[in-house]
Design a protein around this ligand. Structure first.
Ligand code: ADP
Length: 399
């Protein structure tokens, strides 16, 4: 008997040691909300250094002291307090755990509170155990991060908008200069044939300028695409990416994009597989869908070797159209497959195989948003080292 008592005492002191050593605050209450037991971490969280007189201390004793609010700062009434909810039979855990803000001697604290009722032999609630986790620092950091992100979005929105205007002018001036240059070359050649004079040097000089201008135009085109991507991202963030939905044929759109890309990438093999029997009617923003296919295709070309083909296919199943673009590039690991749809994500160490230049890591993010706004889905299937197949689906118009 004595040995059993000794064992029980040893066990009790072990549990007490564990209770005191915990970094989470733990409180036991009785069925009326009187505080029975609190560990050291709990005392520190509520800003007290001595245990209160338990027999007198009720959770509701001096409510104004703690000024208990929810995570948005709204003052909570007694029955909204976590302890009241638990004593009313609620179990607060995992996603049901609640954040409360309390005012303590050491300043405001944000606590993530979980807990469960304690049941007596007849199934009545006779108490509650409450576990508090101090999330003050983490929440402060999250708020600061959200604010920094908001400012970054705001900055990107303003910057891309402001960059767009001079860029459009530059593009216009380049076109004007190109036209004037072509005319000048044409005039010199005509004059030469009329007067029989030698103007080769002058023509060569102007043709050199024409070449430089073409390169400038190409780079301005890249800059323009990046600014457009930034603009699209800020529209997406502000829920302002508006679609112009019209009936259109997806087979035609796919063919047009492929034709454009074949012209730009003369050395590449771009294969196309279309459904033989019918047009694929959609209600969609054709320009935006063109943009998505174009993005998948330029990525496939950009990341796979020049001598490897890229294959585009359009299929239909019931009322859903499926477009996929397959390449024999480096492929992506399962984790990369998940992250590539995020803003600014670029896989480290992936080499560009063609000269179209890196982007900002925004293309796939925008593609996903565009397709989701059309009630479709995006995805990728890939085996590292073996290539990737990027796909999207879109609902078709019911026949
Ligand atoms: P970027 O402008 O960098 O191409 P994207 O959003 O289009 O941005 O793509 C994000 C990243 O996903 C790319 O930087 C690249 O690392 C990876 N990626 C996209 N397409 C492919 C592909 N076909 N094969 C391998 N990696 C790809």
């Amino acid at each position: 008997m004595q040995q059993a008592e000794q064992e029980a005492a040893a066990r009790t002191s072990q549990l007490e040691a564990v209770f005191e050593a915990m970094t989470d605050g733990v409180i036991f209450f009785d069925g009326q909300g009187h505080l029975l037991e609190i560990n050291a971490a709990g005392l520190a969280m509520i800003g007290r250094d001595a245990r209160p007189d338990y027999s007198l201390s009720s959770a509701y004793g001096r409510p104004s002291r703690y000024f208990v609010r929810d995570e948005h700062g709204q003052l909570l009434s007694h029955d909204q307090w976590p302890i009241s909810r638990i004593l009313n039979g609620e179990t607060l855990k995992n996603e049901r755990a609640v954040d409360v803000i309390i005012r303590t001697r050491d300043g405001e604290k944000q606590l993530n509170v979980s807990g469960a009722p304690v049941y007596g032999p007849e199934g009545r609630i006779v108490g509650a155990v409450v576990v508090m986790h101090d999330v003050t620092e983490r929440r402060r950091f999250e708020v600061a991060l959200r604010e920094a992100n908001r400012r970054m979005d705001e900055f990107l929105g303003i910057a891309s908008h402001e960059l767009k205007t001079p860029l459009t002018s530059i593009k216009g001036y380049i076109q004007l200069m190109a036209r004037r240059l072509t005319n000048s070359i044409h005039q010199i050649i005509t004059a030469k044939s009329l007067t029989n004079t030698d103007s080769d040097e002058q023509t060569q000089f102007l043709e050199g300028l024409q070449d430089l201008l073409e390169r400038t135009d190409h780079q301005v085109g890249r800059l323009n695409r990046m600014v457009n991507e930034l603009l699209d991202v800020s529209r997406i963030q502000a829920n302002k990416l508006d679609l112009i939905l019209e009936p259109c044929d997806l087979a035609t759109i796919v063919q047009e994009v492929i034709q454009d890309q074949r012209q730009i990438n003369l050395a590449r093999t771009i294969l196309l597989e279309l459904p033989s029997d019918r047009a694929v009617q959609l209600l969609a923003d054709a320009d935006r869908i063109r943009e998505v296919i174009s993005n998948y295709l330029t990525n496939a070309l950009k990341y796979s070797a020049e001598d490897r083909p890229v294959e585009v296919s359009l299929q239909t199943q019931e009322q859903v159209a499926l477009v996929s673009v397959s390449d024999e590039g480096p492929g992506l690991s399962p984790t990369q497959q998940e992250y590539i749809w995020e803003r600014f994500y670029q896989v480290e160490g992936v080499e560009l195989q063609s000269s179209s230049g890196t982007g900002l890591g925004l293309g796939l993010y925008i593609c996903r948003k565009i397709i989701e706004l059309h009630q479709g889905e995006v995805g990728v299937q890939s085996v590292p080292g073996k290539g990737s197949t990027f796909w999207f689906t879109l609902p078709m118009i019911k026949e």
